[in-house]
Ligand binder design. Structure first.
Ligand code: PMT
Length: 424
C-alpha cells in the first residue's frame, strides 16, 4: 500500500469545479483521488459545465454530480448540505477569480460555494486564472481572506496560460493538489494537546510619544506559523509585535510592541508552553530614555543613547528543565548565515534555529515567500527551496513535531498539556 493510498483511503472528498479551461485537469485530479481510495463527490458550477460534462465525472466516481444548489438527493434531503456534512475535505479546483470572490464574500449562489460555506471540513483551494487576474489586488485580498478562514491555498504555477501568454495563474498540477490533500490528512491533529507560543512582528522602541526605533518585520512568518499550528490542533498563543497582517483567528493574541513588553509576555507564557517559536524581530537596542514630550527640532545634531535590550529567547533557554519549552529561534542574517545561525543556536541555548536572509536581493522581511535553512546542533538539516511562508511553516511544523517527539520522554507522552515534554 502506498503512503498516498493510506492517507486517502475511505476519505469523503468533495471536489468543487468552477468555470475555467483548467477544469479538464480536475478530471485527472478526480481520477487520482479515486485511485487512492477516496470516495469522491463532484460539485460543478454552471460555468464549469461549459468546459467539461458531468458524465465525465460520474463515470470516474460512479456517483452523481451536483450542479444545482436546489437539488434534493435520493432521500429527499438537501443535497449540498448532505455533501457539506459528509465531507472530510473539500477541494476547489480549479477555483476561478469569481469563485474566490464569492467565497471571500460569503456569496453562495451555486452548489460549489454552498457546500464550501456550509461545511466545517478543511477546504483546499487551487486557483487558476489569467496572470493579471491573479495579481490583481482584489484577487489577492480575497485569497488573504480565505487564508484567514483557514482555507489552504495551493498556489497557481507559472506557465503558459489559456490566453497564450506565459505568467502566473496556471492551475497547480493534480499531483501537487493531491499532495496537499494527503499532507492535510497526515498532519491533521499532529499538534493536538500541545500549547505552542509563537512570537511575530517587530518591536518598536519609543523615542518620544510619536517616534520609535523599529524594523520592517511584517509578522507574516510568525502569523503563518501560528496559523499552521492552529490547523494542526495546537492551542496557540501569538505574542504579537508590530504586524502589518492580521493575526489568524482562533489563536490567543498577546500584544507586545516593545522588547520589554515582549519579554514579559514570553517569560509569562513560556513555562506553560510545550514549544516556543521566536519569529519576532526584537530590537537589540532601545533608547536609554523615551522623552515624555515630542522632541523638537533645534537645528543641532541629536544624540540618542541606545542601551541593549534583554535577549528574550536566551532567557528562556536558561530556564530550568522542568519549565523550559522546546525552543526554536530564527536568525535573520545579511551574510554568513551558517556561522551566525550556529553561534546563535549555541549562545542562546536553542534546540533549533531557522536561518533566513535579509537585506539582499531577496529579503525575507515583508516578503510573502521565504527560503530558510534549519540548523540543529549537528549543522544544517534542511535544503528547502523558496516557498510561500505558509508552506515554510508547514515544513517547519513537520520538522519540529518530529524533533519534539524524539526528545520527549515516552513516560511523559500521556501527561497533560504544558507538562508533556521535559528534557532529561
Ligand atoms: O515578519 P516577516 O516580515 O514575515 O519577516 C520574518 C523575519 C525575517 C523577521 C523572521 O523570519 C525572522 O528571521 N525573525 C527573527 C529576526 C531576528 O530578530 O533575528 P536575530 O538574528 O536578530 O535574533 C535571533 C533570535 O533571537 C530570534 O529568534 C529573535 O526573536 C531572538 N531575539 C533577538 C533579540 C532579542 N533582544 N531577543 C530575542 O529573543
Amino acid at each position: 500500500m502506498t503512503e498516498g493510498l493510506g492517507a486517502l483511503a475511505g476519505r469523503r472528498i468533495v471536489v468543487g469545479v468552477s468555470g475555467s479551461i483548467a477544469a479538464y485537469k480536475a478530471v485527472t485530479l478526480v481520477r487520482m483521488l479515486a485511485e487512492r481510495g477516496a470516495v469522491v463527490d463532484v460539485a460543478m458550477t454552471a460555468a464549469a459545465g461549459r468546459f467539461v460534462g458531468r458524465l465525465t465525472f460520474e463515470s470516474l466516481t460512479h456517483r452523481p454530480v451536483l450542479d444545482d444548489v436546489f437539488e434534493l438527493d435520493a432521500d429527499q434531503q438537501i443535497a449540498h448540505i448532505e455533501l457539506a456534512e459528509a465531507a472530510d475535505a473539500i477541494v476547489l479546483a480549479p477555483a476561478t477569480a469569481n469563485l474566490l470572490g464569492e467565497l471571500a464574500s460569503g456569496l453562495v449562489g451555486d452548489a460549489v460555494t454552498a457546500i464550501a460555506c456550509a461545511s466545517r471540513a478543511p477546504v483546499i483551494v487551487a486557483p487558476a486564472m489569467d496572470a493579471g487576474m491573479w495579481t490583481h489586488p482584489a484577487t489577492q485580498r480575497n485569497v488573504a481572506t480565505l487564508r484567514e478562514f483557514g482555507y489552504l491555498i495551493v498556489e497557481p504555477e507559472v506557465g503558459e496560460l489559456a490566453s497564450g501568454l506565459t505568467g502566473i495563474g496556471r492551475l497547480a498540477e493534480p499531483a501537487s493538489i493531491i499532495e496537499a490533500v494527503e499532507r492535510l490528512f497526515a498532519r491533521a491533529g499532529d499538534l493536538e494537546g500541545l500549547h505552542v507560543v509563537v512570537s511575530a512582528g517587530g518591536t518598536r522602541e519609543p523615542l518620544d510619544p510619536v517616534r520609535f526605533i523599529g524594523n520592517r518585520s511584517s509578522g507574516k512568518m510568525g502569523a503563518a506559523l501560528a496559523e499552521a499550528a492552529r490547523d494542526r490542533g495546537a492551542a496557540v498563543t501569538l505574542i504579537a509585535g508590530s504586524m502589518s497582517v492580521s493575526p489568524p483567528r482562533g489563536v490567543t493574541v498577546v500584544d507586545a510592541t516593545t522588547a520589554q513588553a515582549m519579554r514579559e509576555a514570553v517569560l509569562r507564557a513560556a513555562p506553560n508552553a510545550d514549544i516556543l517559536v521566536m519569529a519576532a524581530a526584537v530590537a537589540d537596542f532601545a533608547p536609554a530614555r523615551a522623552s515624555q514630550h515630542k522632541i523638537k527640532r533645534s537645528g543641532e545634531n541629536l544624540q540618542i543613547e541606545l542601551v541593549p535590550n534583554p535577549d528574550i529567547v536566551a532567557e528562556v533557554g536558561e530556564m530550568p528543565d522542568d519549565v523550559r519549552p522546546f525552543i526554536i529561534g530564527f536568525a535573520a542574517e545579511s551574510d554568513d548565515l551558517e556561522a551566525n545561525a550556529a553561534a546563535k543556536l549555541r549562545d542562546k541555548g536553542l534546540d533549533l534555529i531557522v536561518g533566513n536572509v535579509v537585506g539582499g536581493p531577496f529579503d525575507a522581511i515583508g516578503s510573502d515567500e521565504n527560503k530558510v535553512t534549519v540548523f540543529a546542533a549537528e549543522g544544517a538539516i534542511t535544503d528547502w527551496p523558496m516557498l510561500p511562508k505558509r508552506q515554510v511553516a508547514e515544513r517547519l511544523w513537520d520538522l519540529i513535531g518530529d524533533r519534539y517527539g524524539q526528545m520527549r520522554p515516552q513516560a511523559d507522552a500521556t501527561a497533560p498539556s504544558g507538562r508533556r515534554r521535559r528534557r532529561q
